[in-house]
Design a protein around this ligand. Structure first.
Ligand code: ASP
Ligand code: ASP
Length: 353
């Protein structure tokens, strides 16, 4: 696992680089020109920054995009996707969102094939790409990498996942999926199941749901239990939660949402431990006989073993539609970052087809 603590040394040098860049910026501000014409940029780095109103606003935007996903709203814009850590689905989803809005896409899907392998720092890469692109979506294995990038970049940064920390665009599509299937985000019983230790999507979801009075159920074996910092977060924000180690029909009977997660093999330092826990919870069709009518099963994908294939045809399964909602949520995120408003989207005349 790559954590901030493990990478202190690297972060220190990032910090030095950052302080230096601030100094330069300061000099520029006090120089001959002080036009102050820079457009306000919206980063999308952590879900913790988003108010309830902003979340609902982004959901409204996503639903406009669901009605008409193909437009030329971002015509002339260049979107960069920098994936230091591999991901197929998230990258494809961002790139599809950009393409369907008429933007052009640059970037890399494998840091090994970029100058990073020659030793270029994150800061240099971000500053260089900022010369070319209007917005950058990035995934990195280090917690805090996107935050750091947002502090040095002149263009908006979208966090497409940083280590085991956050995955806020996934959270937007999760919220949109929950809203669509439940008709509300308020007062729901949400079961988070599986790898709650390393699964960044559940960490972001908890933070986002703080506005909506949820009751969480954390279902995980001891080794993969919800980290203390998130339990403290829940207590500080009056979020109700219960912890379970058993996963069966009885436990899930009052669920509105069951959010299954993959055991995050790539974050284990000891693969023997991974082998021990990898198949610990499997959701099977025969466990769904007594669930609530409105209950829906979510999964951020990719699935490994945690949902049996016989669940796919059950009307409670929603994970494939959930991934499709990722397109609309990411169209909304690009718009938000580039200063396009809900009114602009509603008045948009560039719809195609
Ligand atoms: N479901 C994820 C997403 O759309 C897929 C991935 O991260 O690979 O963000
Ligand atoms: N696609 C999600 C993520 O990138 C979930 C996963 O990989 O299991 O965090």
């Amino acid at each position: 696992m790559c954590t901030l603590a493990d990478e202190n040394c690297m972060m220190n040098s990032w910090d030095d680089a950052f302080r230096h860049s601030k100094g330069v910026e300061q000099q520029q501000k006090t120089g001959f020109f002080n036009h102050n014409f820079q457009m306000e940029k919206h980063n999308f780095v952590t879900i913790a920054d988003l108010s309830k109103e902003k979340i609902m606003y982004l959901i409204d935007m996503a639903s406009e995009f669901e009605k008409h996903p193909n437009r030329e709203l971002l015509k002339g814009k260049v979107v960069a996707t920098l994936f230091y850590e591999p991901s197929t689905r998230t990258r494809l989803s961002f790139e599809t969102a950009a393409n369907r809005l008429g933007a052009r896409v640059i970037g890399f899907s494998d840091a090994k094939a970029s100058s990073v392998s020659k030793g270029e720092t994150l800061k240099d890469t971000i500053l260089m790409v900022s010369n070319y692109a209007d917005v950058i979506a990035m995934r990195h294995s280090l917690e805090g990498a996107a935050q750091y990038a947002s502090e040095v970049a002149p263009v908006p940064i979208i966090n497409a996942g940083d280590g085991a920390h956050q995955h806020p665009s996934q959270t937007m599509l999760d919220l949109y999926s929950i809203y669509k299937t439940q008709g509300t985000l308020e007062n729901l019983n949400i079961y988070l199941v599986g790898d709650l230790k390393y699964g960044r999507t559940v960490h972001s979801l908890i933070m986002a749901m703080r506005h909506f009075n949820p009751t969480f159920h954390f279902v995980a074996p001891k080794e993969l239990a919800m980290p203390n910092e998130y339990k403290i977060y829940c207590r500080e924000h009056d979020i109700k939660f219960q912890e379970h180690t058993a996963f069966n029909e009885k436990v899930i009977a009052d669920a509105d949402i069951i959010y299954m997660t993959r055991v995050q093999k790539e974050r284990f330092s000891d693969l023997m431990e991974y082998e021990r826990v990898k198949n610990v919870y499997i959701l099977r069709n025969d466990m769904l006989g007594n669930v609530k009518e409105n209950m829906r099963i979510l999964h951020p994908l990719p699935r490994v073993n945690e949902i049996a294939y016989d669940v796919d045809d059950n009307p409670h399964a929603y994970y494939i539609q959930q991934a499709q909602n990722g397109l609309y949520a990411r169209e909304a995120i690009f718009s938000y970052c580039l200063g396009i408003t809900l009114d602009d989207i509603r008045a948009d005349k560039t719809i195609i087809g």
